[in-house]
Design a protein around this ligand. Structure first.
Ligand code: AMP
Ligand code: MG
Length: 492
């Protein structure tokens, strides 16, 4: 008997040029690697049934559950600045949509389940390493409170996929508010398919931004809202030291969720120029360039909407430029709001913002660990507290004292008891993040030694990131020089 899921598919009702119907390829010997039982419950899915042979067959693509309408979505995209008119789901299949407990409509997608019409020269497969990497990092991002696609399950296929070397294959089940990307709009815009753009925009409004439907100019309002969500998302990324690594327009979701985890990584020592992705040779997607790139991607989105905004092209362009200029304001408000909260300041006063670049510049000079700097600040909110552990992060850098003095003075002048401030700081500054060297070590143990214990331990720690747990202390420590990961690979 195959698995029963209450699908309610809407994307598959769009015109047929929006996707290709496809059957996932059968994995020869599927085996469950990991199942997100908490998420399953939120999705109204029966975890036990998902873990059964029928469930695993469905999660591997070997069996298509009743009610699923498997499709591969068409999209285009700017990859590293170059436009590619036809990308699409080359190794992903949207099984269908389900309604979660909270009423949200969510996509259930298999990633790595074989070739589609958009596979080009690819095999449509995914390897265990990148699948478990996306699972871990997306779940950590969710635990940080950052909008993201989620991971429901990872299943080994029992098949070998050929990359730089033969690797075990896997399929990830990904959950998203929608897989519509900036690149989906570009796909239709490039074909001058105005009807397609309009249908897609209407679809997105109904599904993701229902409140703009009643706006005087819904498409302009849609653009404004997407700009706003994206600006907030990037501010949140920066607040945890996240580097996406491949912010191509096909990897930017219209929902404002983080999507397509490839060679992404987190900063250890703070360095705004940090590039971690091995494929980003020019540093286009460096940590500190992410706001600028997001705005560039949004400009591409705005271009797609031009025909919907006004029949007068100049007027439409003016509108996009004007709304796009709102990005800087939205971003700065979100960025400073979040970073000040990280510093224990809930309500901004004039002059507060200076504390942020002030701290970041001494962190950069002292090569201070990003995560630990913010985490340890909560321990030293009072003038009497011992600053040794904090100071040690800066390698004896002299500029720290005046900053600390100014920061503590501001906290003392605040309206909350310092104990409450420290508690609030510990609830927003993670103690444990998926550090690159820990992630690589855990994945190596899975792939080389079939030992998932380090992975499970790391996953549990990063999904409860705000707890201080002495038994997990080793996971919170920055890499020693010889452990440092110089580049992350997406290894698709
Ligand atoms: P990405 O770099 O993962 O965002 O992928 C860019 C494009 O390449 C998308 O259209 C993917 O679906 C496609 N792609 C990536 N890896 C594969 C693969 N192994 N087989 C087929 N298509 C792939
Ligand atoms: Mg992608």
């Amino acid at each position: 008997m195959s698995l029963s899921i209450a699908f309610d598919n809407s994307y598959a009702r769009l015109p047929s040029r929006f996707f290709e119907r496809v059957r996932p390829e059968a994995a020869p010997s599927p085996g469950l690697l990991i199942l997100n039982t908490t998420l399953a419950a939120e999705l109204n899915l029966d975890a036990e049934a998902l873990a059964s042979p029928e469930g695993v067959a469905a999660l591997s693509g070997a069996d298509v559950p009743a009610g699923a309408e498997p499709i591969a979505l068409a999209y285009a995209g700017h990859q590293f600045g170059h436009f590619v008119p036809a990308l699409g789901d080359g190794r992903a299949v949207l099984l269908g949509e389900i309604i979660a407990r909270d009423g949200r409509r969510l996509d259930l997608q298999l990633k790595g389940s074989g070739r589609t019409a958009f596979s080009r020269r690819g095999d449509g497969k995914a390897a265990v390493g990148p699948v478990l990497r996306e699972y871990l990092i997306s779940e950590a991002m969710a635990a940080f409170g950052i909008p993201t696609t989620r991971s429901l399950a990872a299943v080994a296929t029992g098949e070998t996929v050929l990359r730089e070397r033969p690797l075990p294959g896997a399929v990830l089940t990904r959950v998203a508010s929608s897989h519509v990307r900036v690149g989906t709009f570009q796909y239709f815009a490039h074909r001058s398919d105005e009807d397609g753009i309009r249908r897609l925009a209407d679809y997105v409004i109904e599904r993701l931004y229902p409140d703009v439907a009643d706006a005087e100019a819904p498409y302009a309002a849609l653009f404004e809202r997407v700009v706003q969500r994206q600006a907030r998302l990037i501010a949140l990324w920066l607040s945890v030291g996240f580097v996406h690594g491949v912010m191509n327009t096909d990897n930017m979701a219209i929902s404002g969720e983080t999507i397509d985890y490839g060679p992404c990584a987190f900063l250890d020592a703070y360095d705004p120029g940090m590039v971690l992705s091995s494929i980003d040779r020019q540093g286009r997607y460096a940590y500190g360039r992410q706001p600028q790139i997001a705005q560039w991607n949004l400009a591409r989105f705005g271009e797609c909407l031009l025909p919907l905004l006004s029949s007068d092209r100049d007027k439409a362009i003016e509108l996009v430029v004007e709304r796009l200029s709102g990005f800087a304001h939205e971003f700065e408000a979100a960025y400073y709001g979040r970073f000040l909260e990280k510093l224990g300041i809930a309500t901004e006063r004039s002059g507060d913002r200076d504390l942020v670049p002030g701290l970041l510049s001494i962190m950069q000079m002292g090569h201070a660990d990003f995560t630990l700097t913010f985490r340890r600040l909560a321990d030293i909110v009072t003038p009497e507290s011992d600053t040794e552990a904090f100071m040690s992060l800066f390698g004896g850098n002299a500029g720290v004292d005046p900053w600390l003095l100014a920061w503590r003075k501001r906290l003392a002048a605040g309206d909350r008891p310092l104990q409450d401030v420290a508690m609030a700081m510990r609830a927003i500054n993670p103690a444990i993040i998926p550090r690159n060297h820990q992630v690589e070590k855990a994945l190596d143990a899975v792939i080389e030694d079939s030992d998932g214990s380090a992975y499970v331990r790391l996953l549990q720690a990063v999904t409860k990131p705000f707890e201080d747990r002495p038994d997990e202390a080793d996971l919170g420590v920055p890499p020693r020089p010889e452990e440092r990961v110089a580049a992350t690979f997406c290894g698709t």
